[in-house]
Design a protein around this ligand. Sequence first.
Ligand code: SF4
Length: 293
Amino acid sequence: MSDFDYTLVEETGKQLYVRALCDLPPDVRRALAHAYEKESQPGAKEIFKTMLKNVDVADGKKTLICQDTGLPIYMVKIGSGFNWDGAEVKERLTEGAVRATREYPFRGSSTHFLTRVNPQTSVGERLPVFYFDFVKDADCLEILMVPKGSGSENMSKMKMFIPADGINALKKFVLDTVIESGANPCPPGIIGVGMGGTSDLVTRLAKEAIARPVGQRNPDPDVAEMEIELEDAINATGIGPMGLGGDITTLAVHIETAHTHITLNPVAVNTQCWPARRARAKVYPDGSVEYGY
Ligand code: SF4
């Protein structure tokens, strides 16, 4: 076992939570500014102006963009070029989330599902949510932190289709989910879609899809085409920013896919709200940390 100092991972886990809540990624800022320019309805334009002002105020005061600090999700890629202790990484990131909540301080949003007792730590039984992956040709630990607020998370949906339903059934499901969600997820955010896999994998894919930079297309041209088609269909609903009517209901549709069973065709939708918050860091074996989005 290496003598790597894992307090660095804890500090990074803490910083990432705070950064994600306070500093909106540049691609999201650009998408909101573009939406403001493009929006033709005066009321909706005014809402975009307020959103952009909200981001500026958060920058100026170094404060939260939204009061819902969400549940912490850490998506971790472990480089195989270094002997990382995965259990230690998990423990330290959990402590980082607790410290962010207490030291910033901000509201802890986690609670016991039955008693509703809130430990005011943002963590708890099986929280934070962790996605671990392993990558070759890298020695760093790449951590992507996504705080997930309830307004958007409550609108998540998954459905098991069969191949005979056809791909149009999946597209309709995505569109119907957005229409039913209305104003609840604080639109216009990113619509994350998972297609393929199993019931659990497809749900995870939808969550990974919301963490992709705005407008970065799926590398498969057929899937990328479907992203554009769904974006156009969703924006044509007229739901608009904050559900109050307008041209822009989503900043982007991102689809992540997986092979599935010959008699399955699952689809999942995970909506991200207009402050599509995320923060990324790469921790290197020499103790250096590179922050990004
Ligand atoms: S849905 Fe998003 S923007 Fe709306 S209150 Fe929740 S975290 Fe904030």
